[in-house]
Design a protein around this ligand. Structure first.
Ligand SMILES: C[S@@+](CC[C@H](N)C(=O)[O-])C[C@H]1O[C@@H](n2cnc3c(N)ncnc32)[C@H](O)[C@@H]1O
Length: 235
């Protein structure tokens, strides 16, 4: 069953304060990287390469997100794609079931995620996984599923700045377009959790229109407490 509740989508709460009151921008990003990466490394070690291992509550909701995000792809065969925050590479078999040929690069901060992904899919041709941002190259598309949700103890303002910074990275990595998802601020207030970030869909739609492309779609109609943005750079 697909849950509508973000509170059901992550099982642990986290009371730690990572607000880094005095941290500069660079230090803040390093702190985010260290804390978020440790959080997901712990998940994959506990649950292995499963939906729970990347902190989703079901394979159905994981795939429903992939369906929305891959709406950015408007050519087949022969596209290239970066998977930003790839986890153990669950997007690879999903793409293979829908598209006849593609070149794929998965990137994740967590080395344990990359190890699992390599174990499962490194024998696939035109498919590679990297743990360093610099090892990614521009592709037709970049997809980011679930990387903006778990903010742990970081402040909302810091987290939103961090998201915008990553969106600019997605833009530079993508010649045809990119897509990402974020939990929605329209989630029922009583079900919202302090360790998760809930973004304003209108703000992110507007930001993408003004910064990246005239062709932007906001998808907020697929039954999860989140939204997906598609930024189409060429039509
Ligand atoms: C919720 S999981 C989703 C994994 C995968 N996209 C999926 O849907 O199966 C988020 C993943 O993104 C990674 N991640 C989060 N922020 C990241 C960042 N800024 N750069 C690289 N990886 C990141 C985490 O380590 C984690 O493996």
């Amino acid at each position: 069953m697909i849950t509508n509740s973000p509170a059901d989508q992550w099982t642990d709460t986290n009371d730690q304060d990572f607000s880094g009151e005095d941290a500069g921008v660079g230090e803040m990003r390093e702190l985010i990287k260290a804390t978020v990466s440790a959080y997901y490394t712990d998940k994959i070690k506990q649950h292995g390469p499963t939906a729970q291992g990347v902190d989703w509550n079901s394979i159905e909701s994981q795939e429903l997100r992939f369906w929305q995000l891959t709406r950015i792809i408007d050519r087949d065969p022969g596209f290239s794609l970066n998977d930003y925050g790839c986890g153990y590479g669950a997007l690879v078999p999903f793409l293979a079931s829908r598209f006849s040929s593609f070149e794929y690069c998965g990137f994740d901060w967590s080395k344990s995620m990359i190890e699992e992904a390599n174990r499962l899919y490194s024998d696939r041709s035109r498919c590679r996984f990297v743990a360093e941002n610099e090892l990614m190259q521009p592709a037709d598309y970049t997809i980011a599923s679930g990387i903006f949700n778990v903010k742990l103890g970081h402040r909302d303002a810091d987290w939103q700045r961090y998201i915008l910074d990553v969106l600019h990275k997605l833009d530079t990595l993508s010649t045809g377009g990119f897509s990402f998802n974020i939990l929605t601020s329209y989630s029922d207030p009583e079900r919202q959790r302090g360790d998760l970030f809930y973004g304003d869909p209108c703000f992110f739609f507007d930001y993408c229109k003004r910064q990246f492309s005239r062709n932007v779609a906001l998808l907020h109609d697929y039954g999860l407490y989140e939204f997906t943005v598609l930024v189409r750079k060429q039509s």
